[in-house]
Design a protein around this ligand. Structure first.
Ligand code: EPZ
Length: 429
């Protein structure tokens, strides 16, 4: 298993290219199941989760062709996938595949909408909590899908097709919103989603579906209206930049000090997180190439932050902010309201010398003048990258174990940070 070795204490200076968003690329790839024609996706990040979803789609009979690099392109350009679900050969998503990546459960909606049936393994719990799928199932049921749960599988049937309906989410859910929008796109009649997720990835997928011929309005607001159509066609769409990767490197630069341009980063995708950095004393400058993050000399101020659905501070940046606040001049508070168990990084940050106390969903972080390198590991990708951020500022050597978590969601992390002056290398095997 690969590990990452970091020697802390180097400032970051330079340019970090931001990749396409993992959490948009995955549902966009899944949307390919809605049409017999080819969906071409540009700016797809090279990530373990993308490769895993390629295998899952392959199991349903989807053909995926990766375009070769054009002249002048570098590794910083995302890949282009030509995805063709001309013939779906299997409507089952087995446990072995779904258990490796929760988002693969989302194939439920396009399969039942287009094929009239789907048999999808329940994903089970994961490192950040129990993560139920009841609201995804509720959405399909509201659209007329008949649901049975048997042997750990969700069986969804709609032999005569789905029917538009009103779907009111009691809680904001990204996966539930993707599911409802995709299923409703091929349903008969109009669907109204209330309390929909407003994450930028929802908007990106809706934009792509509209290019494919869907009739979706209101994506990015609490109410989304979908007028069902009889069929969807192929389209070409570029994945939007990854706001979580952007925020992660912004926090890394804030941690080490220096001057970093987050190329292609779009401030409006993570304004709440950038506002927190400004409160902490970091200079954030939107430019026409991306976002510049500068911190020279001045210490970090502590902050109080609560995670919440977009446009509030994202849970996917909570661990990274906590790493940053371990070095603040004073006491910070971070409250996690999305996932009940997303504090696996706390124990590992403590191993690096951080002072953090947990009380239910609230963490109190008392800033320390120095962290010290140590061997660490984490159980999910955002927690892993928070350890990288801490290590960049820790004295001496840190070895981050279980790098496969990082590879799920961060493209060429050691290369991107290394090019800005971090002492970071991957140790193979
Ligand atoms: C998406 O997960 C993201 N995954 C997560 O990113 C992200 O943390 C999360 O949204 C919140 O922003 C992808 O986009 C692939 P939810 P999702 O449904 O859709 C509860 C990362 O690190 N809930 O919005 O699974 C749920 O337990 C990952 O990239 C139900 O109760 O999250 C949670 O408390 C991790 N019943 C809340 O809703 C349901 O049926 C929000 O979850 C579904 C969800």
């Amino acid at each position: 298993m690969d590990r990452i070795r970091i020697i802390g204490g180097h400032r970051l200076n330079g340019t970090i290219p931001i990749s396409g968003a993992k959490n948009a690329a995955l549902p966009l790839m899944i949307a390919s199941l809605l049409t017999e024609q080819t969906l071409i996706l540009d700016n797809v990040p090279r990530l373990a989760d993308v490769a895993q979803l390629e295998r899952i789609l392959g199991n349903h009979g989807v053909d995926i062709m990766v375009s070769g690099k054009r002249s002048g392109e570098t590794a910083d350009h995302g890949q282009t996938l030509h995805i063709s679900a001309a013939r779906i050969v299997d409507t089952t998503a087995p446990y072995e595949l779904v258990s490796k990546m929760r988002a693969s459960f989302w194939v439920l909606a396009p399969l039942v909408a287009r094929m009239g049936e789907a048999r999808i393994s329940m994903p089970g719990g994961c490192a950040i909590g129990t993560r139920p799928v009841d609201l995804l199932i509720m959405a399909v049921e509201r659209l007329g899908g008949k649901i049975d749960i048997e042997g750990g599988y969700v069986l969804a049937r709609a032999p005569k097709g789905l029917k538009g309906a009103e779907i009111v989410f009691p809680k904001v859910t990204v996966g539930g919103t993707h599911t409802a929008v995709m299923a409703a796109s091929l349903a008969k009649g109009t669907t109204v989603l209330e309390n929909a997720a407003r994450e930028p990835e929802i908007v990106d997928v809706a934009d792509c579906l509209n290019k494919m011929g869907a009739r979706i309005s209101g994506a990015g607001t609490r109410q989304i209206i979908v007028e069902g159509v009889a069929g969807l066609k192929g389209a070409r769409h570029a994945v939007l930049p990854d706001r979580i990767e952007t925020g992660t490197y912004a926090m890394a630069a804030a941690m080490t000090g220096g001057d970093v341009l987050l190329q292609n980063g779009r401030p409006e995708l993570l304004q709440a997180a950038l506002d927190v950095l400004v409160r902490a004393g970091v200079t954030v400058m939107p430019t026409n190439q991306g976002i510049r993050i500068v911190r020279n000399g001045a210490g970090l101020a502590p902050v109080d932050v609560t995670t919440a659905p977009f446009p509030e501070f994202p849970t996917d940046l909570q661990a990274q902010l906590m790493a940053l606040m371990t070095r603040a001049r004073g006491t910070s508070h971070i409250t996690e309201t999305i996932f009940e168990n997303r504090f696996m990084h706390v124990g590992e940050l403590t191993r690096l010398g951080a002072r953090i106390q947990l009380d239910g969903e609230r963490a109190t972080i008392e800033g320390v003048p120095q962290l010290k390198g140590a061997p660490v590991m984490a159980t999910d990708l955002r927690a892993s990258v928070s350890l990288v951020i801490a290590a960049l500022a820790a004295e001496g050597e840190t070895i981050v174990n279980r790098v496969y978590h990082l590879d799920r969601g961060f493209e060429r992390l050691e290369d991107k940070l290394g090019r800005c002056g971090a002492a970071i290398e991957r140790l193979s095997g």
